[in-house]
Each structure stands twice: as structure tokens, then as C-alpha cells.
Design a protein around this ligand. Structure first.
Ligand code: ADP
Ligand code: MG
Ligand code: MG
Length: 249
């Protein structure tokens, strides 16, 4: 599914990722943990294809195809979804309109017909009800005036509608409150499926109390330096990142 080989990337000419190797098989949920500044968010931006993040070496294979040269919308059409810490606020665009545009753009790129308005409304309503998202929120400008928890719900709603093959969530340093933590973990757990992979990026172990990953990887100074099972997250919680910070220095 996702196979990252010897990935090197720079931001503003500064080398941040220095040979990341990572395989996330179909159907698995993997966590990436690591000290601040180790490159976790950079890895998520590089996966998204964000401007300014330059891959200088290595490959990102998705279903066997190198996606490094693809732009973000092409990656989305292939079924890659990225959720970020600080979702965009777009005052003039109703959340509902944004969702319809995103879903139909994905369908067009895939050569599928656009959804009729009633079909779309049925899908949104079903998913929104499950996430306790009110009709009022759907009519408001995208994320405008939403609380942290509401933004998270909205992100999970997008993810549920787009049915990605690979979901990447960067929750690092976001200091999720209890409500947001529950929204993210329930949303991720509900979308676990044998044909979907997820990469959960987090500095803190507590998210992984709720989302039990198949594997945990430690990123330090731009490389994966250790891989283990869910118990590795507990070990990091107990011992901190001191061992890995030493490597990073
Ligand atoms: P993490 O998410 O693990 O905390 P980041 O990926 O945010 O780490 O940052 C990794 C390193 O890259 C840090 O040393 C950070 O200062 C540096 N960095 C991030 N963005 C930029 C940028 N735009 N220009 C220069 N350095 C950056
Ligand atoms: Mg950080
Ligand atoms: Mg980060």
C-alpha cells in the first residue's frame, strides 16, 4: 500500500528528512511518534505534496506507483487523504458546498459521474449524524467560528465521505482537548477497514490509548530509528524521548 524508500526532503534548502524507510500494509494503522523537531509534520506535508517541500532522494510508492511527482489533487484522487492540525477556514464557502466540491472533484478525476444533490445530501446527512454534526454547522462557512472539537469533527466527516485508501493524520503538538481526542479516535476507529491504511502522527501517547495501532515507529532527526508494537508507545510515555533526542543532537 504505502512504501517509503530512503526518503530525503528539504524545506527552504534545509535537509529535514534524511532517509525515511516505512511500509504501511493495506488494512493496518501505524503510528509515528518522535520528539519535537524530528520531522513528523514535514513527513506529512511531503506525503501531501505541499509546495516548498522538496524531495531530493528516494521514493513514495502508493499501490506500487511513485507519487513524488504528483500534485495534491492527483494524490487525493488516488485515495490519499491528509488531515492537518490546523484546518483551513474559508469564510465564503459553506461546509456543505466544500464537501460536495471535494467529493465530486475526486469522482471526476476517477472518471465517475458526479453525485446528484439528493444522493449527496443523503450521504452527508448519514455521516454527519454519526458524528453529531448539526445542519447549522454544515451551512456555516468552512471551519469559520468552529471550536477545536468541531473542526476535528469536520475533518473526520471529510475523511468519512472521501473513503480514502490511505489516511494520514498529523496530530502533533495540537494539545487535543478530551472532546477532540474522542472525535479523532472514534472517527479513525470507525474507518478502520481491511482495505484502508492509516498513518497517525503524534507526539503524545494518549491518542494511542484510544487508537491502538498495529505498529509504532519512532522518527528521530529525519529517520525512522525504531519500530515496535503498541507497547513501544507505552515505553515512550514512561521513558520520554531522551534516548532519541540524544541521537537527534
Ligand atoms: P515535528 O513535527 O516532528 O515537530 P517538523 O517537521 O515540524 O517536526 O520540523 C522538523 C525540523 O524542520 C525542525 O527543526 C524545524 O525547525 C524545521 N523546519 C520546519 N519547517 C521549516 C521551514 N519552513 N524552514 C526551515 N526549517 C523548517
Ligand atoms: Mg513540532
Ligand atoms: Mg509537527
Amino acid at each position: 500500500m504505502l512504501e517509503i524508500r530512503n526518503l530525503h526532503a528539504t524545506v527552504d534548502g534545509k535537509a529535514i528528512l534524511k532517509g525515511v524507510d516505512l511500509v504501511v500494509p493495506t488494512g493496518e494503522v501505524h503510528a509515528i511518534m518522535g520528539p519535537n523537531g524530528s520531522g513528523k509534520s514535514t513527513l506529512s506535508y511531503v506525503l501531501a505534496g505541499r509546495d516548498g517541500y522538496e524531495v531530493t532522494e528516494g521514493e513514495i510508492l502508493f499501490d506500487g506507483e511513485d507519487i513524488v511527482g504528483l500534485d495534491p489533487s492527483e494524490r487525493a484522487a488516488k485515495g490519499i487523504f491528509l488531515a492537518f492540525q490546523y484546518p483551513l477556514e474559508i469564510p465564503g464557502v459553506a461546509t456543505m458546498t466544500f464537501l460536495k466540491t471535494a467529493l465530486n472533484a475526486q469522482r471526476r478525476q476517477r472518471g465517475e459521474p458526479e453525485l446528484s444533490t439528493p444522493d449527496f445530501m443523503r450521504r452527508v446527512k448519514g455521516a454527519a449524524d454519526r458524528l453529531n454534526i448539526t445542519q447549522d454547522m454544515l451551512r456555516r462557512g468552512l471551519n469559520v467560528g468552529f471550536s477545536g472539537g468541531e473542526k476535528k469533527r469536520n475533518e473526520i466527516l471529510q475523511m468519512a465521505l472521501l473513503e480514502p485508501k490511505l489516511a494520514v493524520l498529523d496530530e502533533t503538538d495540537s494539545g487535543l482537548d478530551i472532546d477532540a481526542l474522542r472525535v479523532v479516535s472514534d472517527g479513525v476507529n470507525a474507518l478502520r477497514s481491511p482495505d484502508r491504511s492509516m498513518l497517525v502522527i503524534t507526539h503524545y501517547q494518549r491518542l494511542l490509548d484510544h487508537i491502538v495501532p498495529d505498529k509504532v515507529h519512532v522518527l528521530s532527526a529525519g529517520r525512522i530509528v525504531r519500530t515496535g508494537g503498541p507497547e513501544l508507545a507505552l515505553e515512550l510515555e514512561a521513558k520520554g524521548y531522551a534516548d532519541y533526542q540524544a541521537n537527534a543532537a
